[in-house]
Design a binder for this molecule. Structure first.
Ligand SMILES: C[S@@+](CC[C@H](N)C(=O)[O-])C[C@H]1O[C@@H](n2cnc3c(N)ncnc32)[C@H](O)[C@@H]1O
Length: 369
C-alpha cells in the first residue's frame, strides 16, 4: 500500500529520516510530503513514531480528471469495499490547486456520491445507511491529478495530548520536534530553551532523548477501521513501551513568566517526562553544562508597538548567548531583520512554515574548546 506523510515545508527530510529509523526505507520525498510503501504494521508504527509529520494518508487511488463525470466514474471504479463496510459514515475533505475542477465543495459531494454508488454495487444493497463510525476520505487535486486517500489520523499528529493549556503563540509540537531534529541534538546532549512558553521544545527533546513514541497516549482514526486487525495497534504500542527509556536528562526550560512554568510542569507530567524548569529572564541565563544545544522561539515583534522591546530582547540574547560559545544556538523567528538586530550573521539559515507564517531558523554553530 502507498502512504503519504504530510509535513510542513522544510521538515520533509526529517520525516524521511524518521521513516528510515523505523526500517521503512522505500520513501520518496516531495514538497510538503513523503510517500512510502508498507503494510498496516508500518502504518501503525508511523502513526505512533513520526514526530514531524502533520497527517498520514492511505492512498486508495490516483487518476487524471478535468470533468465532474470523469471524477465520478473513476472514483466509483476504485475498490472502496476493500476499506469501507456498507454502513460506513463517509466524510469527504477536499482541496484543489491549479486544476480545472476548482470547486472543492462540488468535488467533495461528487466523490461522496461515487463512493456510495461503488459500495451499493459491491455489496448489492439499495442504500448505505451510514450508521457506523465515520471514515474520512481526502480528495486532493493538483494540476488535474486526483488523489483519493483515507485519513489514518483523525486529529492532526501534532496533537500528542500533553499540551492541554495554551500560552499565546505556542509552537506546534511537530515544529518543536523539527527544530530539535534539525539541530545537533543527541540523547545525551544538554538542551536549554530559555523562552519555553508552554514547554513544547524541552518536552519534545525529552521524548526524543528517552525514545518515547510521541503519539503513544492518543488514538487514531485508523483504530476504528472495521477491516483492520486491531492487534496491529496493540502490537505497535507494546513495542513502543518496550523501547522507552527513563534516563535522567540534562534538559531545561525557562521563561520570564511564572504562569508559563506552571503550565510546563503540568504538560511534562502528562507527557511522562522529568525536566528542569525555572522562572528566569533570559538575561540571567547561566549554565555549568557544556557543549549543549540551545533552541528558542522568542517573541517575533509582529506588531509595531512591540518593535522596541523585541529589538532590545534580541540584543540582550546575543550578549548572553555569547557567554556560552561551546553551545549551538538555534533561533526561530519570522522577524526579517533578526540578524541585523542580533548583530551576527547566522552560520546556517533554514526556512520553515509556522502556522501559515514563513519563519527562518538561524543556526550558530558551537566553538568547541
Ligand atoms: C513565542 S513564545 C514561546 C512559545 C513556546 N515555544 C511554546 O511552544 O509554547 C515566547 C516566550 O518568550 C517569553 N519571554 C519573553 N521575554 C522574555 C525574557 N526576557 N526572558 C525570558 N522569556 C521571555 C514569553 O513569556 C513567551 O512565553
Amino acid at each position: 500500500m502507498e502512504f503519504t506523510a504530510t509535513a510542513k515545508i522544510g521538515l520533509e527530510s526529517t520525516v524521511a529520516f524518521q521513516l528510515h529509523k523505523l526500517g521503512i526505507l522505500d520513501t520518496e520525498t516531495l514538497d510538503a510530503r513523503v510517500k512510502f510503501h508498507g503494510g498496516f504494521d508500518e502504518m501503525a508504527k508511523a502513526l505512533l513514531w513520526l514526530r514531524t509529520a502533520e497527517r498520514l494518508l492511505l492512498t486508495v487511488g490516483t487518476f487524471r480528471a478535468d470533468t465532474f463525470d470523469a471524477l465520478f466514474e473513476q472514483t466509483k471504479a476504485l475498490p472502496w469495499s476493500r476499506y469501507l463496510s456498507p454502513r460506513t459514515r463517509i466524510h469527504v475533505n477536499g482541496k484543489s490547486a491549479k486544476s480545472t475542477l476548482f470547486s472543492v465543495s462540488d468535488c467533495q459531494s461528487i466523490v461522496k456520491k461515487a463512493i456510495v454508488e461503488s459500495l451499493k454495487a459491491a455489496y448489492r444493497v439499495a442504500a448505505v445507511p451510514e450508521t457506523e463510525e465515520e471514515v474520512i476520505v481526502e480528495v486532493g487535486i493538483l494540476r488535474d491529478e486526483v488523489t483519493l486517500a483515507l485519513d489514518c489520523c483523525g486529529a492532526g499528529l501534532s496533537r500528542r495530548g500533553y499540551r492541554t493549556y495554551n500560552v499565546p503563540a505556542p509552537l506546534s509540537e511537530t515544529l518543536g520536534a523539527g527544530l530539535i531534529l534539525l539541530s545537533r541534538f543527541f540523547p545525551d546532549t544538554p538542551l536549554i530553551d530559555p523562552m519555553c512558553g508552554s514547554g513544547t521544545i524541552p518536552i519534545e527533546a525529552a521524548m526524543i532523548a528517552n525514545n518515547i513514541a510521541p503519539s503513544q497516549n492518543r488514538s487514531f482514526a485508523a483504530e476504528q477501521w472495521k477491516f483492520l486487525d486491531p492487534t496491529v495497534f496493540s502490537r505497535a504500542r507494546e513495542e513502543a513501551r518496550d523501547v522507552m527509556r527513563h534516563d535522567p536528562l540534562c534538559i531545561q526550560g525557562s521563561d520570564i513568566d511564572p504562569h508559563c512554568i506552571d503550565l510546563c510542569k503540568k504538560h511534562a507530567k502528562k507527557a511522562g517526562v522529568m525536566l528542569d524548569w525555572k522562572v528566569r529572564p533570559v538575561k540571567d541565563l547561566k549554565t555549568s553544562w557544556r557543549n549543549g544545544v540551545l533552541i528558542c522561539n522568542p517573541p517575533y515583534g509582529e506588531r509595531l508597538s512591540d518593535e522596541k522591546s523585541v529589538n532590545a530582547l534580541y540584543r540582550e540574547m546575543r550578549t548572553v548567548f555569547d557567554t556560552i560559545p561551546d553551545w549551538q544556538i538555534n533561533l526561530i523567528t519570522s522577524n526579517r531583520d533578526f540578524e541585523k538586530i542580533y548583530g551576527k550573521p547566522a552560520d546556517k539559515r533554514r526556512k520553515l512554515s509556522n502556522g501559515g507564517m514563513v519563519c527562518t531558523v538561524y543556526q550558530y554553530f558551537a566553538k568547541r574548546g
